[in-house]
Design a binder for this molecule. Structure first.
Ligand code: SF4
Ligand code: FES
Length: 259
């Protein structure tokens, strides 16, 4: 019997033994500082029915090449650090099932962000798209006026965005318009508008209305398709546009700043 990465992967939900799903051929993007250009290396990986892309990459790292560099932290779709492209499609490696993909699996770093080494990218390129004094995730806050069940004093509110950068990777506009602030930052901006918590709304709208802001978006919705966290960046960009247009129609003569 072939050895799989994880014994549980050979058991279905009812506990019935299932035949191993593997092996799979992984074609992995490789690049180290000083290399003239990136290349791909191929590995045969024994997988089970519930093996994730991350587990397969770790298997390669442990059993075939310890120099393979990849990022991860939570392993449950919360931290956003394991984002990659799998057969050209953005996804979180820790929750992307090998079984659903096919026999040949190409894993590459996310796009539109500089590659540091192998599957590791420089995420500063994503964060620098945000206004200077704004973090991508705002601090949580207690909602004292929310209806809560007995025994719970208050709900704590968090943000949905996990800072993975998959929307920036998937955005076809970022490819050609480097200065476009992009879907993650604009989605954040719309979220702040939704619940300003003391933020300077006029400054925010001015930033969103700038030449590299919301009007650069081509409304292709690839960012929304790529987002693993339900943020729906494209809809939020459309909403920001609606807010800007509404203000322009209500308040300002044609061609002036609606903020
Ligand atoms: S909006 Fe979605 S895809 Fe973009 S960084 Fe946030 S969680 Fe990731
Ligand atoms: S390791 Fe945290 S989202 Fe995948």
């Amino acid at each position: 019997m072939s050895m799989t990465i994880d014994a549980r992967t050979d058991t279905d939900a009812a506990g019935t033994a299932a035949p191993p799903a593997g092996p799979r051929r992984f074609r992995v993007f490789r690049y180290k500082r000083g290399d003239e250009r990136p290349h791909y290396e191929t590995f045969e990986v024994p997988v089970g029915h519930r093996t994730t892309v991350f587990e397969a990459l770790r298997w390669i790292q442990i059993h075939r090449d310890r120099t393979l560099a990849l990022r991860h932290s939570c392993l449950h779709a919360s931290c956003g650090t394991c984002g990659v492209r799998v057969n050209g499609k953005e996804g979180l490696a820790c929750v992307t099932m090998v079984h659903d993909i096919g026999r040949e699996i190409t894993v590459e770093p996310i796009a539109n962000v500089p590659v540091l080494t192998d599957l590791v990218v420089d995420m500063r390129e994503v964060f620098e798209r945000f206004p200077d004094d704004h973090p991508i995730v705002r601090g949580s806050e207690f909602l004292d006026d929310a209806d809560t069940p007995d025994g719970i004093a208050s709900y704590e509110r968090y943000e949905d965005c996990i800072e993975c950068g998959l929307c920036v990777s998937a955005c076809p506009v970022v490819v050609t318009a480097e200065r476009y602030v992009g879907p993650a930052a604009l989605a954040w901006g719309e979220r702040v508008l939704e619940e300003p918590r003391g933020a300077e709304v006029a400054n925010l709208l001015s930033w969103a209305n700038a030449p590299d802001g919301v009007w650069r978006c081509h409304a292709i919705f690839e960012c929304t398709a790529a987002c693993p966290s339900g943020v729906n960046p494209a809809a939020r960009i459309m909403s920001l546009r609606g807010t800007l247009l509404g203000r322009r129609l209500r308040k300002q003569p044609r061609g002036s700043d609606p903020t």
